[in-house]
Write a protein that binds this ligand. Structure first.
Ligand SMILES: NC(=O)C1=CN([C@@H]2O[C@H](COP(=O)(O)OP(=O)(O)OC[C@H]3O[C@@H](n4cnc5c(N)ncnc54)[C@H](OP(=O)(O)O)[C@@H]3O)[C@@H](O)[C@H]2O)[C@@H](O)CC1
Ligand SMILES: Nc1ncnc2c1ncn2[C@@H]1O[C@H](COP(=O)(O)OP(=O)(O)OP(=O)(O)O)[C@@H](O)[C@H]1O
Length: 390
């Protein structure tokens, strides 16, 4: 009987492997097709650009001719962005199935720590809830250990919220960077910003910790006041392929304007996220909102898992904390060759957005208007199961 059971389990594991291999191949083929389409569009654009330049410099060219060319170019541009950038329901399902492939199996063969040790840089006198939400969400998603590096006066408060968290009161100490660096070799993912505040000394420490984490190749999610820092000094994370930015609309606008020195065209978010990601060296970016837009500069995925109309503070912290764990899992899966067709940071971002929205929807069904982030955190287990384990 036991043998039969073993055979059965082995066969189902093989069948599952086969399914994911085929799914991966299908996605790769789809990618190749889109890339070819992209290349054709780009070639057309270049030709049109040349024609336009020739037309504009030629004395014989008439004003209506130029106008027509301009119209053609903008039509092609629009098509180019549409082709390269929009995601549809089928793509959402595809990427959701990729998220499933990065989740490490729960087995009795692993020891504590192997599924992730996540660090949160944030927590100061004013904000103790945000780092708590991020850190506890990382644990509830499946990290084994969650560390919070906060200021001295925030530490006791955060500890009192939960015995599950490891809290280090070091962020405002004179040797904060060295204190935090001691832990970096043990961390698999870092979330910088929830409840960090905007004190110059704390931002300077956060910057140095980001630099040292990059040197160790640790995935880094930057949120909230961490994004304030990036807006002041984009180079701190520019081009780091294991970095993810998670701005809300306000934070995104600030970043856009700092990078482009002009107001953002708020009627075209898709173009905006592509531009910011490109300016940041193809960094993965999540613009949170009615639909979350996720891009690494090559195309835009939109996550529209149903949430609710309730927008209580702290939902973004749940998002960034869970993304810290998923980013670790996604990059591990990528190194193992499991995820190839889509940037692992994008897979992690999509997973965290879907999860946050699903938690919001489930919590709202029970609590309606009085839903808070703590209610959403209670839903992480069942939302995760519904989205990724069914
Ligand atoms: N319990 C806790 O401890 C929590 C602590 N938190 C921590 O607080 C810190 C500061 O973060 P933050 O987001 O409040 O600061 P900031 O970027 O100045 O935005 C302020 C203004 O921006 C606007 N605005 C916001 N979203 C927008 C949108 N989608 N679209 C348009 N506008 C939008 C809105 O402007 P208003 O509507 O008031 O005019 C808002 O007042 C940070 O460390 C964070 O982690 C939070 O995590 C919550 C839970
Ligand atoms: N209008 C909306 N409709 C549905 N879901 C939304 C909407 N706006 C945000 N969300 C969801 O809430 C998550 C958090 O986004 P939000 O804009 O609240 O972040 P935030 O302002 O940084 O949060 P925080 O309060 O933690 O600072 C998003 O990832 C998204 O899934």
């Amino acid at each position: 009987m036991e043998k039969l059971m073993e055979q059965f389990l082995e066969q189902s594991a093989q069948a599952e492997d086969g399914f994911y291999r085929m799914e991966e191949q299908r996605l790769q083929a789809e990618d190749r097709r889109r890339e070819a389409e992209h290349a054709r569009e780009l070639h057309m654009l270049q030709m049109l650009g040349q024609m336009f330049a020739n037309g504009a410099s030629s004395s014989s060219s008439t004003h209506p001719q130029r106008k027509t060319l301009t119209l053609v170019i903008s039509a092609v541009l629009e098509r180019y962005y549409a082709l390269g950038s929009t995601s549809h329901k089928g793509m959402e399902d595809d990427i959701l199935s990729l998220v499933k492939t990065i989740i490490p199996p729960l087995t009795s063969k692993k020891h504590k720590g192997q599924d992730g040790r996540i660090g949160i840089i944030g927590g100061c006198q004013d904000y103790t809830g945000a780092p708590y939400f991020a850190a506890i969400s990382a644990l509830k998603v499946g990290a084994d250990l969650s560390h919070v590096f906060c200021t001295k006066d925030a530490a006791t408060v955060i500890k009192s919220y939960s015995p599950e968290l490891i809290v280090h009161p070091v962020l405002d100490s004179p040797n904060a960077v060295e204190e935090i660096e001691k832990w970096l070799p043990r961390l698999h993912g870092l979330v910088v910003g929830p409840g960090l505040g905007r004190d110059d000394f704390l931002l300077k420490t956060a910057k140095e910790v980001i630099e040292r984490s990059k040197a160790r190749d640790i995935p880094i999610v930057i949120d909230a006041d961490g994004l304030w820092l990036v807006t002041q000094q984009p180079s701190v994370i520019q081009g780091y392929q294991k970095g993810i930015l998670t701005p809300n609309f306000m934070e995104f606008t600030r970043l856009y304007e700092a990078l482009h020195h002009e107001p953002m065209d708020s009627s075209d978010h898709q173009r905006g996220v592509l531009q910011v990601s490109a300016a940041m060296g193809n960094l993965t970016l999540v613009l949170k909102g009615e639909q979350d837009l996720i891009t690494d500069g090559s195309r835009v995925f939109s996550c529209s898992v149903e949430g609710s109309g309730r927008r209580c503070g702290g939902q973004g912290d749940l998002l960034s904390g869970s993304m810290g764990v998923l980013a670790h899992w996604a990059h591990t899966a990528s190194t193992a060759g499991t995820v190839r067709s889509v940037n692992p940071s994008v897979v992690a971002a999509f997973g965290a957005c879907s999860l946050t929205r699903q938690c919001n929807s489930q919590a709202f069904q029970q609590h309606g208007r009085s839903t808070t982030t703590s209610d959403m955190i209670q839903e992480i287990g069942s939302a995760f199961k519904k989205l990724f384990e069914s």
